[in-house]
Structures are given as structure tokens and as C-alpha cells.
Write a protein that binds this ligand. Structure first.
Ligand SMILES: Cc1cc2nc3c(=O)[nH]c(=O)nc-3n(C[C@H](O)[C@H](O)[C@H](O)COP(=O)(O)O)c2cc1C
Length: 189
């Protein structure tokens, strides 16, 4: 296999679930967003909106909304997690990036998902941790999240497709099991 800096970043990126409280630098945030801006999109429509949340007050609001949403999930394990006093849907990360797109466009979901993926890789290349946080997406698209979505300035006709936590890592995660290539590929020659 060929190894270079890009491949190294792709292979070593992990989902980070413990963060330091120190905020990432503005230049680092802008670099991460720029990587999202340059990701591919259907017909180059770039139908995304990147909403960055760093305000402690807003982070708390989002966390409480995720907590309430999980408490109603009907999933006992999720409900148990949400009841904990130290619950954080996004592992206390100091930065959230919420990617939304025009739900009337056919490729918005793919565009927004890919953009966050690019941002994860850019973050990893800067030694910044990241993790997909699905609970935020689910909550913001639900009836209960409507007000908060509005408060975040996400247009009504936009749907949230991906949300990620970003920050300096508090721990270095190990790699979870990955399937071998021969289990998941088929090359037709
Ligand atoms: C669509 C999607 C949803 C995910 N949702 C969550 C989540 O809600 N919380 C979380 O901690 N990780 C979430 N993850 C991260 C995965 O658990 C993680 O990518 C997977 O376990 C592989 O680990 P790695 O990213 O370190 O390679 C999600 C990833 C994807 C792609």
C-alpha cells in the first residue's frame, strides 16, 4: 500500500469522545471549514450551511435539548445515559459544526455528509479531535428542535444532515475493529 501524509491522516483519524475545554484556534476552525467548502457537491450546488456553535450558553441549550430528546427515545440505554447529571451529547467538546442543506435539493444529504467528513479529516490533520454526533441532527430535525433550529439561524426549508463535535483531544482513542478489504470489496476486472 502507498503511504503519504493524506493516507496517514485518513487511516489514523478516530472518533474522539473526550475533549479538553480549551477552545480551538480561530485559524484552525477556519481551516476546517475551508476543507468543507472545497468538498464535492452534486452539480457543484454547494447547498450547505455550516453553523458553528462555540457559545457556552448555546452549547448548554443544545445539550439539554438532546437530553430531553433522548429521554423520550424509548431506548432504555439512551434514557439511562441522558439521566446522568454529567450527560453531554457531544462529549463536552467546545465546538460544534452543524451542517444543513436545502431539503428540496436531491443531493443535499450527500453534500452535507461529505462536507463534514472532509472537515473531520482536516481536523485530524491538525491533530484536532472530532466525532459525528447524530443526536443533534435528530433533535434539530424533530418537532421539539424547531425553535432551537430557528435560534441557530438555520432556514426552515433546510434540514440538518450532519453534526460534529470538534476540539483538542483529552484522550487518544484506539482503533475499533475494521473489516478487512476482502470482506467488503469486489473488484470486477
Ligand atoms: C452516520 C454516523 C453516525 C454516528 N453517530 C455517532 C454518535 O451519535 N455518537 C458517537 O459517539 N459516534 C457516532 N458516530 C461515530 C462512529 O461510531 C465511528 O465512526 C465508528 O465507531 C468508527 O470509529 P472511528 O471513527 O474511530 O473509525 C457516527 C458515525 C456515523 C458515520
Amino acid at each position: 500500500m502507498i503511504m503519504n501524509e493524506t493516507i496517514k491522516t485518513i487511516l489514523s483519524r478516530r472518533s474522539v469522545r473526550a475533549y479538553q475545554q480549551e477552545q480551538i484556534k480561530e485559524e484552525e476552525l477556519m481551516t476546517i471549514l475551508e476543507a468543507g467548502r472545497f468538498s464535492p457537491s452534486g452539480m457543484n450546488r454547494q447547498s450547505w450551511l455550516f453553523t458553528v456553535v462555540q457559545s457556552k450558553e448555546m452549547l448548554k441549550k443544545i445539550n439539554e435539548a438532546c437530553r430531553n430528546s433522548l429521554l423520550k427515545s424509548g431506548n432504555p440505554a439512551m434514557e439511562e445515559r441522558a439521566r446522568r447529571s454529567d450527560f453531554s451529547a457531544f462529549y463536552n467538546a467546545p465546538t460544534l459544526i452543524i451542517v444543513s442543506g436545502d431539503k428540496n435539493l436531491m443531493t443535499a444529504q450527500y453534500d452535507c455528509t461529505l462536507a463534514l467528513g472532509y472537515m473531520f479529516l482536516a481536523a485530524a490533520s491538525l491533530n484536532i479531535g472530532s466525532c459525528w454526533v447524530h443526536g443533534i441532527t435528530v433533535m434539530l430535525n424533530s418537532e421539539d428542535g424547531k425553535e432551537l433550529k430557528k435560534e441557530l439561524g438555520i432556514p426552515e426549508e433546510y434540514q440538518v444532515y450532519s453534526s460534529g463535535a470538534f476540539g483538542y483531544k483529552a484522550t487518544e482513542p484506539t482503533c475499533p475493529p475494521k473489516k478487512q478489504l476482502d470482506e467488503i470489496m469486489k473488484i470486477i476486472k
